[in-house]
Design a protein around this ligand. Sequence first.
Ligand code: FE2
Length: 456
Amino acid sequence: MTGSGHSIEQARKTAEALVYSSGFGNEHSSEAVAGALPHGRNSPQRAPLGLYAEQLSGSAFTEPRAHNHRSWLYRVRPSAAHPPFTRTDNGGLRSAPFTETVPDPNRLRWNPLPTPAPGTDFLSGLWTLGGNGDATQRTGMAIHLYHANSPMSSGVSSEGAEPSTRGRVFSDSDGELLIVPEHGGLLIRTEFGLLRAEPGEVALIPRGIRFRVDLLDGTARGYVCENYGAPFQLPDLGPIGANGLANARDFRAPVAAFEDVEGPVEVVNKFCGNLWSATYDHSPLDVVAWHGNHVPYVYDLHRFNVIGSLSYDHPDPSIFTVLTSPSDTPGLAGVDFVVFAPRWLVGEDTFRPPYFHRNVMSEYMGLIEGAYDAKAEGFVPGGGSLHNMMSAHGPDRETFDRASAAELKPQKIDDGLAFMFETRWPVTATEQAATAGHLQSDYDGVWQGLQRHFRP
Ligand code: FE2
């Protein structure tokens, strides 16, 4: 099957019927067949319905309870029943440590990824822009983009087969994947069940969980933050109080759904920077019931509760943090996921767009829809900018001139949805990103022509 009308129609029908379990970080449980989930213990002598019990750990067994992630899976076959993996082509994927180029202090900006060749699925459509840290040390992050025109359920489906029950499956041992669709919806079939992620929503696939991405439109494009470090969590709220920013109840985990499929299924595993492949004789998405807190989820960024100033200035953009991956230093994130969502600006005697700044953290920004209030043009949906540690940036000239002269009435910013992956270490670009045809050569021009206004 390709991204044909038939498979898209079927995927969309499936996506529109999905139900979810709500909440972030809590213990979820679900069974696709009544009686499949054992009660009172995790590993009974004989698991119900002839299933195999298996634990999937997302944290060390001994980590403090607040950081402990694990789920119990009850599946048709144990994950251990698989043939050897062999190396396969990494395609456009690269991993930390990033050493292909030297870290660049320049401000960089890219246009959207070019159109991929026909038959490009989510996995083969991944293209690494850069990152930091070391995947083998579980520190740092990578920034990927994707552009796909084919579902991962294509490839090995036999004549007449249900298209969403064959094909290939991916898992990432190196980190969790925060998927940020910008164009085209995704139907993500995971070991835990199905998720739908449309532009404006994000999906999180925890480390090690197998999944397959099908398309809800003819093509799909977006961004991925691969977080090698501590799993994303909701930021502490401090004086904000008990509610606000991304509310836990708005995160949606899947309910159990399984494939009971015999036949060749390619399973691709990203391990310490490389892709490895094995052809199973069954689908590994065969989990009939599960419980735990190491689960995939989706979140609608439009649900984000935006908090800002009611008097003057505007808070630092950390106030827009959706999810944070903490490091060993309190308050210092390995990576933050930040969203610039529709909001009111009411500050008096205030320069309202983002201020000029130099930041010890490094910022990669992308645009999901509309326009961003610090850049009048050149920063387009599907594109992105990289402002590394201490690089000077801020509004472009046109934005500065307009905002400096604007009448300060209450103003609704409602024509855009931008986001930022903000990380503690500089981002080193991959060779392919540093030499890409879609890297803009004139980005510095954005800040040229800012007039001298000083009158001593
Ligand atoms: Fe910035």
